[in-house]
Design a protein around this ligand. Structure first.
Ligand SMILES: Nc1ncnc2c1ncn2[C@@H]1O[C@H](COP(=O)(O)OP(=O)(O)OP(=O)(O)O)[C@@H](O)[C@H]1O
Ligand SMILES: [Mg+2]
Length: 302
């Protein structure tokens, strides 16, 4: 899809509806890095590392070499207060050390803010450099920016904090995947403006089956394939299929254009939405015509 992969050392956004595969995709990205012997880091804000570890083990993925920053809300304070915004805490550990849900008493903890997460990443990068000469993190997954902002922001400094966080990540020269779902679709969050590309994961219901797909919305500094690719989450994790299906088969081009239209509509980019929807209609008409031709030819043979 990405001729030659993501240009390294830059931040990218992964966005899509719940359950569309953002976290699994991001973890896959880390796993690839670890398989190449790269140092990788997970900043976990949505799901505790212990759960991620267990879930990913079902795909046969071993994440022990991963450095994790656990910034998930503390279960206890969560229960007591019934809110997530305060009482959250951070700690850094190797995934091999992760066993159960962290208790905040176990470690010196810090409140989760963009600033403290940034400090933790900086500190871990320094620790790694001291441990291994020339050691540096080459991949980071932040899952998710939406949660990080929910924990840490009280309105108007948001933009500046996010901007400086993204600048910090670019300066570290680490390839970062930032999972983000804008809370208000009509407003473009700063991380979208400052990243170097955007990967979309799609999920929709087709009859009684859940279907998934992946596409690249835009990407700076590299050629990329604009098609929407069918994707499945199976026993071995994510599989992306190289091409759209044949007429009368699986995801047609019409469906792909329709998906893009829906994405544009959600973002209130109306002109673009209309363009995609017109494409969808044209393709659909063409697919139906071909289908009809094929059916008639089939009928003659019988
Ligand atoms: N072992 C597995 N085998 C098959 N499918 C799985 C497996 N584990 C998870 N899934 C599917 O993957 C989906 C979750 O993917 P993922 O957690 O990456 O979504 P997400 O986009 O990060 O969602 P959210 O926005 O809620 O964080 C689930 O809906 C589930 O159907
Ligand atoms: Mg997720």
């Amino acid at each position: 899809m990405l001729n030659g992969g993501l240009p390294a050392g830059r931040p990218y956004i992964v966005t899509g509806p719940p359950g569309s595969g953002k976290s699994i995709l991001g973890t896959h990205f880390l796993l690839e890095g670890m398989r190449n012997g790269e140092a990788c880091m997970l900043v976990a804000l949505d799901e505790p590392p212990s759960e991620i570890k267990t879930n990913m083990a079902t795909f046969g993925w071993n994440l022990d070499a991963l450095t994790t920053v656990d910034a998930t809300p503390d279960i206890k304070s969560h229960k007591k207060k019934n809110v997530i915004d305060v009482g959250t805490a951070l700690d850094v550990r190797g995934m091999d050390q992760v066993t159960d849900v962290r208790k905040s008493m176990q470690l010196r903890t810090q409140e989760v803010t963009i600033h403290s997460v940034q400090k933790m990443i900086k500190q871990s990068a320094r620790d790694l450099r001291e441990r291994v000469a020339g050691g540096h993190f080459s991949r980071i997954l932040i899952d998710s920016m939406t949660a990080l902002k929910r924990f840490s922001l009280k309105s108007e400094d948001a933009r500046i904090l996010v901007q400086s966080f993204l600048r910090f990540l670019s300066e570290l020269e680490v390839t970062t995947l930032i999972v983000s779902n804008p809370l208000t679709p009509e407003r473009l969050d700063s991380e979208f403006l400052l990243s170097r590309g955007e990967i979309l994961t799609h999920k929709w219901i087709d009859g009684n089956a859940v279907r998934r797909a992946i596409s690249i919305e835009w990407m700076r500094g590299t050629a990329f394939d604009e098609r929407v690719r069918p994707m499945t989450i199976g026993r071995n994790g994510i599989t992306v299929f190289p091409s759209t299906r044949k007429v009368g088969g699986e995801t047609g081009q019409a469906e792909a254009a329709l998906l893009r239209g829906v994405v544009a509509l959600n973002r209130k980019r109306f002109e673009e939405a209309v363009r995609h929807l017109i494409t969808a209609k044209t393709r659909l008409t063409e697919e139906m015509r071909l289908h009809d031709v094929a059916r008639r030819a089939g009928g003659k043979d019988a």
